[in-house]
Ligand binder design. Structure first.
Ligand code: UGA
Length: 424
């Protein structure tokens, strides 16, 4: 927002985050963010604070707090959204715009709008869902695929649209599509987009299961169906499936909200999407047991990749960590590494051994598991791992050159691909 020319104050209740940001350090790994933050801080137009009264100096307020899964159910926990609005309201004046970015169950915006109106009748709520991907956050923010505005009806909605257009003037001038709609549609656009993406991944992983019992190759299948423009190749990468702080909890929250609305059957398939996804993790564990002679007890297993996806240090619901933990629980000696997520993983699972380099992680390994497709691992050469005890590699993301590893004398196994060399 600062790089777009705006004056910005970032507010959070987390003192450590604010301390780091104020010192120009991003509190998480995101390519390009340190440089962008540095440039923005030098303008003097970006500050950070835990003091909510700093919001009084702004006329547009973005609510971007998390909506994690509830501990005791599949529903989303919207309490942080409500408390952010409550603490913001004393500083909101007539004519101000409150912009909701958090992913919320449909109906939340309408409820918040009533609350906001009761306190400041001349302030407006606009729902503007966020579609950025971790690892591409800057690009997706500055040049989004589309902008969606959920607005109240009539002149109030038109005024709010104009105000938010002034924030996004740069993207709009480059013809980024903008859809102006009601609150409910805007909330649903977000959750249905994530539900669709999750379904696409689980679809290809279901095909991987079929490929496994037929000897077919799911990666070639994905390439072939992906050439059909109506299908598209994106999000058809089979393997360990989806994790992270969004897709898993969003499909569960969508299911839970639809149940509350009496429309549970309409999205009942999302439970199957979730189940297919989780089965891939179990399959990876059983495949490891199989290649190690039926048991991993006492075996040294090298894990390459801990983050839920490459270019991130986020380990929330990481398929890689899930697999590592299952193997550890089954008695394996897990030695894990990741270009960015070792420290976040260590906090969560101090019981694993962590290595700084691929060479250290794989030394004396009985099996090497590639569980997050960082480019460092995708283009790894068999010669780079001379210290392994056994030349066994399991490709959890179908990201390695199978023929290369097999020609180098390795036992190569993956999810949904046969362990025979390519015909062509
Ligand atoms: C996802 C959406 O893609 C964003 O549009 C959305 O804004 C965000 O959630 C959110 O709701 O905040 P993100 O969680 O950063 O973004 O990650 P994705 O790129 O969607 O990947 C999610 C998971 O799916 C990862 O674990 C990834 O490895 C996996 N994946 C992705 C596959 O297994 N196969 C694929 O083909 C693609």
């Amino acid at each position: 927002m600062t790089s777009l020319g705006h004056d910005v104050v970032g507010i959070d209740v987390d003192e450590e985050k604010i301390r780091l940001l104020s010192a120009g350090e991003p509190p998480f790994f995101e390519p390009g963010l340190p440089e962008l933050l540095d440039t923005a801080m030098k303008t003097g137009r970006l500050t950070f604070t835990t003091d909510i009264s700093a919001a009084a100096a702004s006329s547009i307020h973005f609510i971007a707090v998390g909506t994690p899964q509830m501990e005791d159910s599949h529903a989303a926990n919207v309490s942080y959204v409500h408390s952010a609005v409550e603490s913001l309201m004393p500083h909101v004046r007539a004519g101000h715009l409150i912009v909701g970015k958090s992913t919320v169950p449909v109906g939340t915006a309408a409820q918040l709008a009533i609350r906001i109106r009761a306190i400041e009748p001349k302030a407006t709520l606009l729902w503007n869902p966020e579609f950025l991907r971790e690892g591409f956050a800057i690009e997706d923010t500055l040049m989004p695929d589309r902008l969606v505005y959920g607005v109240p009806p009539g002149a109030e909605g038109e005024r709010a649209t104009k105000l938010l257009d002034s924030v996004y003037a740069k993207a709009l001038s480059l013809e980024v599509p903008r859809i102006v709609t009601d609150y409910a549609t805007s909330e649903l656009v977000k959750v249905s987009a994530n539900a669709f993406l999750a379904t696409k991944i689980s679809f290809i992983n279901a095909m991987a299961e079929i490929a496994e019992v037929t000897g077919a190759d799911v990666t070639q299948l994905a390439d072939a169906i992906g050439h059909d423009k109506r299908i598209g190749r994106a999000f058809l990468n089979s393997g360990l499936g989806f994790g992270g702080g969004c897709l898993p909890k969003d499909i569960r929250a969508f299911r839970a909200r639809a149940e509350e609305l009496g429309a549970g059957t309409s999205v009942a398939f999302l439970s199957e999407v979730d189940a297919i996804n989780l089965r891939r993790r179990t399959k990876m564990v059983s495949l490891t047991e199989e290649v190690l002679g039926g048991s991993v007890t006492g075996k040294r297993v090298a894990i390459l990749g801990l983050a839920f996806k490459p270019n991130s240090d986020d380990i929330r619901d990481s398929p890689a960590l899930h697999v590592a933990n299952q193997l550890h629980a089954a008695g394996a000696h897990v030695v894990a590494t990741d270009p960015a997520a070792v420290e976040t993983a260590r906090k969560r699972f101090p019981e694993f051994d962590y290595a700084k380099s691929v060479q250290d992680a794989t030394r004396d390994a009985d099996a090497v598991l590639v569980l997050t497709e960082w480019s460092e691992y995708r283009f790894l050469l068999p010669d780079a791992l001379p210290g392994v005890a056994q030349r066994v590699i399991l490709d959890g993301r179908n990201c390695l050159d199978r023929d290369l590893w097999m020609e180098a004398g390795w036992l190569y196994r993956s999810l949904g691909r046969p362990s025979t060399k390519s015909e062509t």
